[in-house]
Design a protein around this ligand. Structure first.
Ligand code: FES
Length: 269
């Protein structure tokens, strides 16, 4: 979601209007937030990337999403950032908070120092300011890894009842399906920063998920064909960045290690 309006002068410092100060005072939170945002619009390459500082009153329960919305509504409508759900579900609002990937809607300002920086996620195509095109990257990864259930029947019987699944197995699949494709793991990954085609923890997590699914008729050989190289599971350097920053606390490193062991075994066949 982007608004295209001329960018304000670099390093401008803006004071909020009285309404925000009033709400903060009512909550007893009087400290000022100095929010430094890295700004750049690729459609205006003549304006170099620069930091812009906004000053806001902190408030009880304020998230970065609320702070950014307040900036955009009352101080600077040209600021670009993404959000949809505001509840840690859609994955749209991921950004670097003090250099670390996180969801803006799940980050409380009270857990940050009064001065902090916000920057767009690296690796992904920049749309503008804090907005990046994770969808394009995820779509490319998904098509490459074919992240859907594969069945060999050419004419499946659509009237057939769904196959039963053991609750424990369904639970394991559900656990891996909790990924919201926010891109935090990709941005925190050393390999993804160096190797453009690396599928990242999000991709390997999907392979682990479909490998578990008994409805998917692909064999381990098939999965090896897809991720058994340096752009797949052997590109991972086990730095654990993905595991550390995943906002859904998915067991990413465990899954990558498991898939790698399976793929090594396949390669030795
Ligand atoms: S707005 Fe959906 S995850 Fe933050």
């Amino acid at each position: 979601m982007s608004i295209i309006i001329p960018i304000l002068p670099a390093a401008a410092t803006l004071q909020p209007e009285g309404a925000a100060a009033g709400s903060a005072a009512a909550d007893g939170a009087a400290r000022k937030l100095n929010i430094r945002v890295l700004r750049f619009d690729p459609r205006r390459p003549e304006v170099a990337p620069h930091w812009q500082t906004y000053v806001l009153d902190d408030a009880a329960g304020m998230t970065l999403f609320i702070a950014l919305s307040e900036i955009r509504e009352r101080l600077d409508p040209s600021l670009q950032f993404d959000f949809v759900c505001r509840a840690g579900i859609c994955g749209s609002c991921a950004m670097l908070v003090n250099g670390r990937p996180a969801l803006a809607c799940r980050t409380l300002t009270k857990n940050l120092e009064s001065s902090f920086t916000l920057a767009p996620l690296p690796v992904f195509e920049l749309i503008g300011d804090l907005s990046v095109n994770t969808g394009k990257w995820m779509r490319g990864m998904s098509e490459r890894l074919q992240t859907w259930v594969h069945q060999q029947e050419s004419n499946p019987d659509l009237t057939r009842l769904e196959a039963r699944m053991e609750p424990e197995l369904a639970e394991q699949i559900y656990e891996l399906d909790r990924c919201i494709e926010c891109g935090c793991c990709v941005s925190a990954c050393g390999t993804a920063r160096m190797r453009e085609d690396f599928v990242g923890a999000v991709g390997l997590n999907k392979i682990a998920r479909f490998r578990l699914d008994p409805r998917d008729t692909r064999s381990d050989d098939d999965f090896y064909e897809i991720v058994g190289d340096d752009e797949g599971v052997f590109g991972c350097m086990s730095l654990l960045g993905c595991h550390d920053v995943c906002p859904k606390q998915l067991p990413l490193q465990t899954q990558i290690a498991f898939v790698r062991r399976k793929m090594v075994a396949m390669g030795w066949k």
